[in-house]
Every structure is written in structure tokens, then in C-alpha cells.
Design a protein around this ligand. Structure first.
Ligand code: ITT
Length: 211
């Protein structure tokens, strides 16, 4: 098995989701790479035809790396609800429709749970992060965070954040700061969010802090 590649220079953040873009930029910040977004480069959004988060992240990263000639970093993520057999999962963005209305998507989750008479509100977020190089090489990392679904609270973050209460917290992802949600303690490698947890693994393999 060959050693993972180190990411240096310019990298494309292959997302069209503004909330993710902010988090991914902040995560990359300490590592001395210059991040440009797929939107800034005018890259198209590829169709997400995979059946797993990692597959969809690879589709996005490979498409951006090929179109730009630069290494590209993509996230595919979602909220998996136990009592809904893992839905919305891979379809988390699609539950919000073309208008990206996450108030409706959160209301739909609550309605589905009620309809099924669900006795548990357990859920987790998953993030699969993929870096693809223009020659087709890829590296994949995954993170999860577990918690309970509650009445939406708070206006921080994005997507389903207001309804997700991570284990050990009394505030939702919508009520905590960006630093608490996806900040990383680089001494211990501890992080809270699914994306930050995946990113710690990615950084350990593929990034170097500038000296
Ligand atoms: P890109 O494909 O362009 O990255 P997208 O929004 O379509 O953007 P996904 O296909 O990965 O991204 O969909 C994941 C959805 O799951 C996303 O739209 C959010 O609504 C939700 N999600 C993922 N991470 C989240 C987080 O940290 N907080 C809240 N919701 C999140």
C-alpha cells in the first residue's frame, strides 16, 4: 500500500452549499493551502448517483479535480434517523427541495416520526470527505456524530442543525458557535461535528501544518 499523498498548494472545495463551504474553509485554514470554491471557478454540479456517502463525495471531488486540474476536496453528508430506517440519509439535501427549505425538511422529519409513532428520536450525522487529484488518485475519510432530534432551536449553522442535539450537550447545533461545532483541538484530535471528525483523519493523513 502506498503512503497517502500530502495536499499542498491550491485546492478546490467542491461544494455548492454555502454552509459547508464556510466550515470546509475554516477547517483547511491552518494548513497553508489556498482554497478556491467550485462556485468561484464556475464548476458544474455533478449528479450524485452513488448509493453511499463516500461514493457521492468521490463523484464531486473527481469531477472538480478533472475540470480544474487541481486537487479537489468534497463532502457528502446527511442526517440518518434511526426510526426512519436511516432517512433522509443520502437524500438529506433533496428533502429540502429545490428551494433548499430546511424548515420544511425538519417539519417533514417530525411528521414522519409522528406518523410512525416513533418512540426514539435517535439520529446521527455522517460526513464522507474525499480528496481527488487530477490523475485520479483519491483519499476517503468518514466521521459521525450521534444525538437526539428535538424541536428546532437556534439560528447558527445550516441545514438540519437546529433540530440536532449532540450527545452530552443541552444546546442544538443551531445554538452552538461554529468553533464549538467544528473546531478541532489539534493536541488531542478531539472534534464534535461529523465533518470535523472526518477532517481530523484527513489532516492526519494528507495535510501538513506550515512550519
Ligand atoms: P454539495 O453537494 O454541493 O456539497 P449539498 O447540500 O447538496 O451540497 P449533500 O448532497 O452532501 O450536499 O447534502 C447533505 C445535506 O445534509 C446538506 O444539504 C445539509 O442539509 C445536511 N447536512 C450535512 N451536514 C450538515 C451539518 O453539518 N449541519 C446540518 N445539516 C447538514
Amino acid at each position: 500500500m502506498s503512503a497517502p499523498r500530502i495536499l499542498t498548494g491550491r485546492v478546490v472545495i467542491a461544494t455548492h452549499n454555502a454552509g459547508k463551504l464556510v466550515e470546509m474553509r475554516e477547517l483547511l485554514m491552518p494548513f497553508g493551502v489556498e482554497a478556491v470554491s467550485a462556485g468561484e471557478l464556475g464548476l458544474p454540479e455533478p449528479e450524485e448517483t452513488g448509493t453511499m456517502f463516500a461514493e457521492n463525495a468521490a463523484i464531486k471531488a473527481i469531477a472538480a479535480a478533472q475540470a480544474s486540474g487541481l486537487p479537489a476536496f468534497a463532502d457528502d453528508s446527511g442526517l440518518c434517523v434511526n426510526a426512519l430506517d436511516g432517512a433522509p440519509g443520502l437524500f438529506s439535501a433533496r428533502w429540502a427541495g429545490s428551494s433548499k427549505d430546511f424548515s420544511s425538511a425538519m417539519a417533514r422529519i417530525a411528521a414522519e416520526l409522528d406518523k410512525r409513532g416513533a418512540t426514539t428520536r435517535r439520529a446521527h450525522f455522517v460526513s464522507a470527505l474525499v480528496i481527488a487529484w487530477p490523475d485520479g488518485h483519491t483519499e476517503t475519510f468518514e466521521g459521525r456524530v450521534f444525538g437526539d432530534l428535538v424541536e428546532p432551536r437556534g439560528s447558527q449553522g445550516f441545514g438540519y442543525d437546529p433540530m440536532f442535539l449532540p450527545d452530552g450537550y443541552d444546546r442544538t447545533f443551531g445554538e452552538i458557535s461554529s468553533e464549538e461545532k467544528h473546531g478541532v483541538d489539534w493536541q488531542s484530535g478531539n472534534a464534535l461535528s461529523h465533518r470535523a471528525r472526518a477532517f481530523v483523519l484527513l489532516a492526519q493523513s494528507c495535510l501538513q501544518r506550515p512550519v
